[in-house]
Design a protein around this ligand. Structure first.
Ligand code: ZN
Length: 288
């Protein structure tokens, strides 16, 4: 065999093996977690504990028992159920820390220490630059599940538009398990969305779904999260959410906003009629 032929054969073999190997190479190994934990423990503030809960390291200033319980019941549960629901094959390439702060004062203090900025929300957020999810866990576990969605989407659907990323995160702010599957329930975002719908202040789906980060986050009139959430809630209730995600991800190059895929998965020919149907559906929902 000539050396060229050998190189071609090697390359061909490498290409065949690319998918599983690439995934394995980008996944942190057990030793990586232990090293990260060791490094973290050397600089851990007093009163804090840390433990490994793949694909995260969970850190907090509650008791070790409570921290362990949150790691199992919220973090491990949400990761397993979300991976199962959407077939997420990848976990984040780098190990992210989840900081669970027991009250508003320590939340603000450590959020600022870790990111250099004051937090813009009292509940919690994901900071890709700090490699951390930082939570005021006294406000409940809903925001934690919301934020866990983001690194999973980042790893599995890097070109995901903001409306789907935030719609999915928001869907699981109020989550439960039904027949072994994670489901989102109506939550506090409903009354505000209903009010805005009655006032005719909620944009067309085509517009919401085409928004870039600036439009979605900075120019939000207060309805973007709720609208995205209750569109996904509607798909979930019709048993179409997983199929929608998988179709959207598979054809996002042709349909970057996911709008055409939405009409296709719903079998909708008349978008205006669907919009009226969805509005009536949302207006009939009850939260508490
Ligand atoms: Zn979010």
């Amino acid at each position: 065999m000539t050396s060229n032929a050998r190189i071609i054969r090697l390359l061909f073999g490498a290409c065949l093996a690319l998918s599983p190997r690439a995934i394995a190479a980008s996944t942190p190994r057990p030793l990586d977690y232990l090293r990260h934990l060791e490094r973290l423990q050397r600089r851990l503030p007093s009163g804090f504990h840390a433990l490994v809960q793949p694909p995260f390291i969970v850190v907090g200033n509650e008791t070790p028992e409570l921290l362990g319980m949150r790691a199992r019941r919220t973090v491990a549960w949400a990761v397993a159920k979300l991976r199962d629901a959407y077939g997420f094959a990848r976990v984040p390439r780098r190990i992210l820390e989840i900081w669970l702060l027991k009250d508003a004062a320590t939340y603000r203090h450590h959020a600022r220490r870790l990111t250099g900025e004051r937090p813009s929300t009292p509940y919690g957020f994901y900071s890709p630059s700090a490699g951390a999810l930082i939570m005021n866990i006294s406000t409940g576990g809903g925001t934690l599940v919301h934020e866990i969605v983001h690194p999973l989407i980042e790893a599995n659907f890097p070109d995901c538009p903001p409306w789907f990323n935030e719609g999915l995160g928001s869907l699981y702010e109020q989550a439960a398990e039904r027949d072994g599957q994670i489901v989102g329930l109506p939550n506090w975002r409903l009354p505000g969305l209903q009010q805005a719908l009655r006032r005719g202040e909620v944009p067309a789906f085509r517009r919401l779904m085409a928004m870039n980060g600036f439009e979605f986050y900075q120019r939000d009139r207060g309805t973007n999260y709720g609208q995205a959430r209750y569109l996904l809630y509607y798909l979930q209730q019709r048993g179409l959410l997983r199929r929608y995600y998988q179709r959207f991800r598979a054809q996002h190059r042709r349909d970057p906003s996911g709008y055409r895929t939405l009409l296709e998965v719903l079998g909708v020919r008349k978008p205006n009629a669907f919009r009226r149907h969805w509005e009536a559906y949302v207006l009939a929902l009850r939260y508490r």
